[in-house]
Write a protein that binds this ligand. Structure first.
Ligand code: SF4
Length: 416
């Protein structure tokens, strides 16, 4: 399909409110980093941030910075600096982009927020290996470079069921963080504060789930590409009132769209599920490409990863352990396939795109026969596109476009 024939994509009005919350977040971190009035913890995106917030830390997420390096298309330029330190071009391109940017003294935050010159300095680094080993290696590099303590949680990988033998060991590891965090923060642990933060995270999570599930309507009021932007507060502000307030605003707008039958993509004809990471440096072209084919990519494994339905304020440690281990990325293919089947039904999916991200095997679910097994079970066709989350040298735009156009044509044929 020619690119001149643009199909309208509907803008989300709540974006302005989100930008304000995100701006305040980054300026607060910058001010704490400059003045030291609050301690700063760096945390992996699905790490125990509730505990950190309850103990008075501001929490910064290097993976979010990795994604910003991707969307600003700075990543590809800075990755070689990390390669030169011995970090292979084949490992996580969040890691290589983030460390490369640090080595080169650049950050997209400077361009986005006047007066911010660098990422905030950490007082402690906290990881959870639930998603991959790369996050531990990544934080270990900074720990050495900046002489900052490194603490973390080691999670059992690939379980089919998250059983009662797994959960206590994770809960214990999170609890054992309390003592060193008390020393670093100078604050005493307070169970009531933790319960409050977990309750806020739970509320944020429930609202985010409702936001994403509006896409089950036909036409869908939002796209996966919208979701990758609007998940920002669920990632960096969960556990705060601001995240809850924001998702109430967004949900209201999307529910109104559903009532008015307003689709995110004009004349939605094909409903697509995206599995794997977004290509951060190509969000807009990909969004336009699908919209011009009247295909709405409306649901994804990725955006759903910040739904933590297990948080229970009455049992914070155990429920945090459960929430952070029940995640899709942690689980076996058997569990993942059951999950995808539910998603296909819920969102009335016509086709699946698997993004095989070269530097993130952990989020690339096409490599061990899953597309074929799922197609056999559901009859829903799929397409694998090769690419990467951040390293644009690993992407062929022409190939991607040709393959996606052919796939949508196939879906059209299937409907006849
Ligand atoms: S899950 Fe993938 S993208 Fe995320 S930190 Fe790990 S390797 Fe990087």
């Amino acid at each position: 399909m020619s690119e001149e024939k643009k199909v309208k994509r509907k803008k989300i009005e709540a974006t302005a409110a989100m930008n304000k919350y995100m701006t305040d977040y980054f300026y607060e971190l910058d001010s704490a980093s400059k003045t030291g009035y609050k301690k700063i913890a760096w945390c992996t995106s699905v790490g125990p941030s509730e505990l950190l917030l309850s103990m008075g830390f501001l929490v910064y997420y290097p993976e979010n910075h990795g994604a910003l390096l991707g969307t600003s298309r700075l990543a590809t330029d800075v990755i070689p600096a990390a390669n030169a330190l011995g970090y292979s071009p084949d490992i996580c391109s969040y890691l290589t982009a983030d460390i490369g940017a640090y080595v080169q003294g650049v950050t997209p935050l400077s361009k986005a927020f006047e007066g911010i010159e660098s990422v905030p300095k950490p007082d402690v680094l906290i990881f959870n290996t639930n998603q991959c080993r790369d996050v531990k290696d990544w934080f270990a590099w900074y720990s050495k470079e900046l002489n900052v303590p490194l603490l973390g949680v080691h999670t059992h990988r690939n379980p089919t069921d998250v059983t009662d033998t797994i959960i206590p060991s994770i809960a214990k590891q999170i609890e054992e963080l309390v003592e060193p965090l008390e020393k670093i923060s100078g604050n005493k642990f307070d169970m009531e504060k933790l319960k409050k933060v977990v309750a806020l995270s739970r509320e944020c999570s429930e609202l985010w789930k409702k936001v994403l599930e509006t896409a089950a309507s036909r036409p869908s009021p939002l796209t996966f590409f919208d979701g990758t932007i609007h998940m920002g507060p669920a990632v960096v502000l969960r556990g705060t009132q601001q995240a809850v307030d924001y998702y109430k605003i967004l949900l209201k707008e999307l529910e109104e769209r559903v009532i008015n039958h307003e689709g995110a993509v004009e004349d939605e004809q094909h409903r697509i599920y995206w599995d794997g990471m977004p290509v951060w440096g190509r969000l807009r072209p990909h969004s336009e490409l699908f919209a011009n084919l009247k295909a709405c990519v409306l649901a994804s494994t990725y955006c759903n990863s910040w739904i933590f339905t297990d948080f229970d304020p009455e049992d914070p440690f155990t429920s945090m352990a459960k929430a952070y281990t029940e995640l899709f990325i942690v689980r076996s293919d058997k569990t993942k396939e059951k999950y995808m089947q539910r998603m296909i039904e819920l969102f009335k999916i016509d086709g699946i795109i698997y993004h095989d991200a070269k530097t993130c095997p952990n989020n690339s679910n096409n490599r061990y026969g899953m597309p074929q097994r799922l197609e056999q079970k559901t009859g829903i066709p799929s397409l694998t596109i090769n690419g990467d989350l951040n390293d644009l040298r690993l992407i062929s735009d022409e190939q991607t476009k040709t393959n996606i156009e052919a796939f949508i044509e196939q879906l059209e044929e299937n409907k006849k």
